[in-house]
Write a protein of this length. Structure first.
Length: 535
């Protein structure tokens, strides 16, 4: 690292600190201002925050690595997210904002029962603490070690503490506006490396004709081990609904929007941003494979940063990586503290003042920072493969959660008994799949039936589990009493321009939504076997 690169990175930290200080000067003496940024975030801040929360350090390394290993097929998850974000904006957001909830478990409690809300709170908190914080920090520290030579543990502690400080000080406002800045830093840095890497391989003509055409097709056969087209069309959307429409870490950004119109346009803006990762993260990985054929896929990105970038530019790209890591980590910290305070502390301390709840939120964030640091030694002990399994278990328990949310909005007859039964049955089926997968892949279980069950593609499994969840929910709800009138108050929503800041914004959002859908459909056609024939 040159002095110029170091100055660029330090400048990044200075700007983040300035945004945090500015945010902390705004009113933060109640839960609305601290946890939801006083519901004043404009659409562009909401959209950028959604994108930055989603893109983390492992995206830079993982998407580039997948691109180097198997081509653009992994980009299906990025482009499919565009449609899921539209579903979030048009279907889910009006219900969330008009009910005035702070958390997703709170919404389940209003629609179903306290038990359903508690289930989601516990699952979310455990997932955030033991997988998202751990994976985000560990992946980030490895990247810093590879690029800057910083000791892994020093880098991890630096990331946790720096992110924790501005999250505690500024609340969700600081998180959203730092993410607005970080989104454009990470996009800018990624574009620079993309341009340089494609130039190094000889331009676009060489880039698209050196490797087999199958590398540039996003549609894979039904028996493809990772990205079968059936799994993409029927399984991936279910996981997408769970992640984009019901996960507190993501949805909380839309809850901070000025109104429904800004929230919807924020999701549309995020959808347009989600088109980019295929071009600025996956394709550089493909170029890296051409330039460094002997390098392991997961080491491609670091190799390109260290080898291809000139002085000064390297600092920008490293700042982009830091932005990706810190934005996701801040989102986890803020969302976890919101869940802890709103769904647990507030119920335990029913007479707590608004100021006390804000203090509790800051303490909860500080505790998460400490837990993150204490958990670091175990990250080194647990294998990377087990981390993959820990991440995959979220895919196994998410279909019943998606089913309960969708039914809660689309079907008035769905009731609390049906919802909690669905969550429990889905959890047992998903957990059994997780345990059997561990036993089968470790060689401890060899029964053909169990081996088959454990080896079903996880996207196909998600589709099957979702179907089972819907059947259970419908049967139990139909056989038990109807929901009480207060549980159906969320359906008392008027249409038209209500909830839009200015006349005509609804029509503009509709036009932008159609444009986004058309762009993704065009990309699916362009990057298909019709144009890149498999050989």
């Amino acid at each position: 690292m040159s002095i110029i690169d170091t100055v660029v990175i330090l400048l990044y930290f200075v700007i983040v600190a300035m945004i945090s200080i500015w945010s902390s000067k705004k009113k933060q003496d109640d839960t609305r201002s601290y946890f939801l940024a006083n519901r004043e975030a404009p659409w562009f801040a909401v959209g950028a925050a959604l994108f930055a929360s989603n893109i983390s350090g492992e995206h830079f390394v993982g998407l580039a690595g997948s691109g180097a290993a198997s081509g653009v097929a992994v980009g299906q998850f990025e482009w499919l997210a565009c449609f899921i974000l539209l579903i979030m904006g048009w279907l889910f957001v009006p219900f969330y904002l008009r009910t005035g909830v702070f958390t997703m478990p709170e919404f389940l409690e209003k629609r179903y029962t306290r038990g359903c809300g508690n289930y989601l709170s516990i699952v979310s908190l455990l997932a955030y603490i033991f997988t998202k914080i751990s994976v985000c920090v560990y992946a980030g520290s490895i990247v810093l070690n590879a690029l800057l030579g910083i000791d892994i543990w020093v880098g991890a502690i630096l990331l946790i503490v720096a992110t924790g400080i501005y999250t505690i000080i500024g609340g969700l406002r600081a998180v959203i506006y730092t993410e607005l800045f970080q989104a454009f830093i990470l996009i800018g840095g990624a574009i620079i490396l993309t341009a340089i890497s494609i130039f190094k391989v000889g331009g676009f003509h060489s880039f698209f004709h050196t490797l087999p055409p199958s590398f540039f097709s996003v549609w894979k056969p039904m028996n493809h081990p990772d990205f079968p087209w059936t799994g993409i069309l029927f399984g991936a959307p279910i996981l997408g609904v769970w992640y984009w429409c019901t996960d507190q870490m993501i949805v909380q950004r839309t809850l901070a929007a000025k109104d429904i119109g800004h929230a919807q346009r924020g999701t549309i803006f995020a959808g347009f941003l989600k088109i980019l990762p295929v071009f600025i993260l996956v394709m550089p990985g493909i170029a890296g494979r051409m330039l460094f054929p002997d390098t392991k896929p997961d080491e491609i990105y670091a190799k390109m940063v260290n080898t291809l970038l000139p002085t000064g530019v390297k600092g920008i790209v490293v700042a982009a990586l830091l932005a990706a890591i810190m934005s996701s980590l801040a989102s986890v910290f803020n969302s976890s503290s919101t869940l802890a305070v709103v769904d647990f502390y507030k119920h335990y301390r029913k007479g707590a003042s608004e100021k006390e709840l804000v203090v509790a939120g800051k303490i909860a964030t500080a505790m998460l920072v400490i837990i993150g640091i204490l958990w670091l030694p175990f990250i080194g002990i647990i294998s990377n493969q087990l981390f993959v399994y820990l991440q995959s278990v979220q895919a196994y328990i998410s279909p019943p959660i998606a089913a309960v949310f969708l039914a809660g909005i689309l079907w008035k007859r769905a009731n609390g008994k049906g919802a909690i039964t669905t969550l429990m049955v889905g959890f047992l089926l998903g957990a059994s799949r997780f345990i059997l997968e561990l036993l089968v892949k470790s060689g401890r279980l060899t029964s053909k039936l169990f081996v088959y069950y454990a080896n079903i593609n996880f996207l196909h499994f998600a589709a099957i589990l979702f179907l089972i969840s819907i059947v259970v929910l419908v049967i139990i709800s139909a056989l038990t009493e109807k929901p009480s009138p207060e549980k159906l108050e969320i359906f008392e929503i008027k249409g038209g321009e209500e909830g839009y800041a200015f006349a005509g914004s609804r029509k503009t959002n509709i036009a932008l939504s159609i444009l986004l859908a058309a762009v993704v459909l065009a990309l699916w056609i362009i990057f298909s076997p019709l144009n890149f024939k498999q050989i």
